[in-house]
Write a protein that binds this ligand. Structure first.
Ligand code: FES
Ligand code: MG
Length: 587
């Protein structure tokens, strides 16, 4: 007997007397691990647990234990849990880049959710690409889905100072280049940032994207920020399991939660968090698979003038533990809601609206979560730039240094822009081979440019735009130079970079025509980047050989290159965006 008034999709597999042969085939093997026919044919919701943890995916590996609590909750709520693996997405371990596999994991998860008897799904997320991959799939399939974040690692400490994952690498490589530490010192400092299970403890892509999943309404309140080893994390795994069973009974699907207004909320929260530069493409990809029209224009429109409220590395000084203790995402939403910056009426997986969650949320630490009246920085979102050799690029203003910010915040005019000599590299290998070449004569008036690092050129897009200056400059105290390129940069980086330039050089973008020595003018107030080369000269360059992209190393790299869009539109597999809500909507 069904415990719901509505027949669930899993009953097409497990309880269809009109197709007894197929029903028997579907049921019989599941009996072999102790499930009974009565259970499978009782009309209980079958709840998938999309498991992103494994020995290959260390940031998410503790989900293997957390899922036991989720399974217990699903059982307690009357459902039947079925855990299955998601293609591993390990940001720190996958070569050439985990971003290549975001869309592969997405495709695999879509097929699983569509092709198996699953009524609702718990999406276990954590490491950078796991969150967008899972949410993109849940959007395409549109069955009830809830995010269970794995949570950040505990804070890292070294010689009495907090050290955050990722960010410490960029700091330590400068120390080593300046001769202040050796390889042993480098390794000790860098690994101090990772003291426990969990994902990166900085406001890098992992904590940013899990926070945005919560801001979108796709996880329970405070789910994003609870550090992985805290007991609340296991309790959150249990609460999430209880809730997904209710969501199936309510038929509460992603399409009712991830609306245009919810994405606008997520953009606003991203700015207040000082979120990762990977968030724009990921959020745009999730929206496109949900059938929601979201573009970089929305980031500029909704997010650019939002203040930085959260004092976390790389834009600030704290890490995940303080962010959580200060109140996490709901406390940030409270400030934004009070300032009239959020749509309070958006529904969340909890069944409550954003206003119902954020209204009563309070921060317990004003040094970590500020008010909109006294923020860490004004106008701290991403700016979207364009130019005469590309269509769009982004820059994260919350990490840009005071010199840049001063120019940006003043009125348009000459004092808002700077001109620099371009030093052009063809991909990360070329950068590493030549950055210290004295013949390049790199000085403080240079801009480092990298191309061949976009979704097609370096399949998946390389996180390489935050290039360190040559060691000779670092020794003189120049820790960073302006950078630009068609690749991405780590969410943990505070580099003043112009990123995700689209279209990339590999698909004929104007970056392919640049040469070392070209003059480039950047005007942050006008949001333009101008190449000072005569059109006739550029035209002449078109006929000359330029850089080559390396051949694909695997079948998937070739397929990816053939199907991917640009970073500006989410780096989606373009044909996949035509498939919306592939599990039929029921009344
Ligand atoms: Fe996995 Fe940063 S490397 S979260
Ligand atoms: Mg990364």
């Amino acid at each position: 007997m069904s415990d719901t008034a509505r027949r669930l999709r899993s009953q097409k597999w497990f309880d269809d007397p009109t197709h007894a042969d197929m029903t028997a085939i579907y049921v019989e093997r599941y009996l072999n691990y102790g499930l009974t026919r009565a259970e499978l044919q009782s009309g209980r919701p079958i709840i998938g647990i999309a498991q992103t943890g494994s020995d290959l995916a260390p940031c998410n590996r503790h989900h293997l234990e957390l899922s036991q609590r989720t399974k217990a909750a699903i059982r307690d709520a009357g459902g039947i849990p079925m855990e299955f693996p998601v293609h591993p997405l390990a940001e720190q371990g996958r070569r050439p880049t985990a971003a290549l596999d975001r869309n592969l994991a997405y495709l695999g998860l879509v097929e699983i959710l569509h092709g198996y008897p699953i009524d609702g799904v718990v999406l276990t997320t954590g490491c950078d690409k796991t969150t967008p991959a899972c949410l993109m799939a849940a959007a395409t399939v549109d069955i009830p889905a809830i995010v269970l974040s794995g949570g950040p690692m505990l804070d890292g400490w070294h010689e009495g100072k907090r050290v955050g994952s990722g960010t410490v690498i960029w700091h330590a490589r400068n120390l080593m280049a300046a001769g202040k530490i050796d390889y042993e010192g480098f390794m000790t400092l860098a690994t101090a940032s990772s003291p426990s299970v969990g994902h990166c403890n900085t406001m890098g892509t992992a904590l940013s994207m899990n926070s945005l999943a919560e801001a979108l309404g796709m996880s329970l309140p405070t789910c994003a920020s609870i550090p992985a080893p805290y007991r609340e994390r296991g309790q959150m795994a249990y609460a999430t399991g209880l809730r997904i069973v209710e969501m199936v009974r309510e038929d509460l699907r992603p399409s009712r939660i991830m609306t245009k207004k919810a994405f606008e909320n997520a953009i606003v929260v991203a700015s207040a968090l000082g979120a990762s530069t990977n968030c724009p493409p990921h959020l745009i990809a999730i929206a496109r698979h949900m059938g929601v029209d979201l573009s970089l224009d929305d980031w500029q429109r909704c997010g650019e003038d939002v203040p930085l409220l959260v004092n976390c590395v790389p834009a600030g000084e704290y890490l995940g533990e303080n962010f959580h203790r200060a109140g996490g995402v709901p406390a940030v939403q409270h400030e934004l809601l009070a300032a009239g910056r959020l749509h309070g009426d958006c529904l969340t997986v909890s069944g409550k609206t954003v206003a119902e969650i954020a209204g009563p949320a309070v921060t317990t630490d004003r040094d970590v979560i500020r008010t909109c009246d006294a923020p860490l920085k004004e106008r701290a979102g991403f700016i979207v730039l364009s130019g005469n050799f590309f269509d769009s690029a982004i820059m994260k203003m919350s990490v840009v240094g005071e010199d840049f910010r001063k120019a940006y915040l003043s009125e348009p005019g000459h004092e808002n822009s700077f001109e620099a000599r371009a030093i052009v590299f063809d991909g990360p290998e070329d950068y590493h081979a030549r950055i210290d070449d004295p013949q390049l004569a790199i000085d403080e008036r240079c801009i480092l440019v990298i191309r061949g690092a976009g979704p097609v050129g370096y399949p998946g897009g390389a996180e390489v735009v935050n290039m360190a200056p040559p060691a000779s400059l670092i020794r003189q105290g120049v820790d960073s130079l302006p950078c630009m390129g068609d690749g991405r940069q780590s969410g943990t980086s505070a580099s003043p970079s112009i990123l995700n330039m689209s279209p990339e050089a590999a698909v004929g973008g104007g970056l392919a025509l640049l040469r070392t020595g070209d003059r480039i003018r950047v005007d942050l107030a006008a949001r333009t980047v101008t190449l000072a080369v005569e059109p006739a000269e550029l035209e002449a360059r078109r006929g000359e050989p330029t850089f080559e992209i390396p051949p694909p190393q695997t079948p998937w790299q070739e397929l990816f290159r053939g199907l991917t869009g640009q970073l500006s539109t989410g780096m989606c597999l373009e044909p996949a965006t035509l498939y919306l809500k592939v599990v039929e909507q029921r009344g």
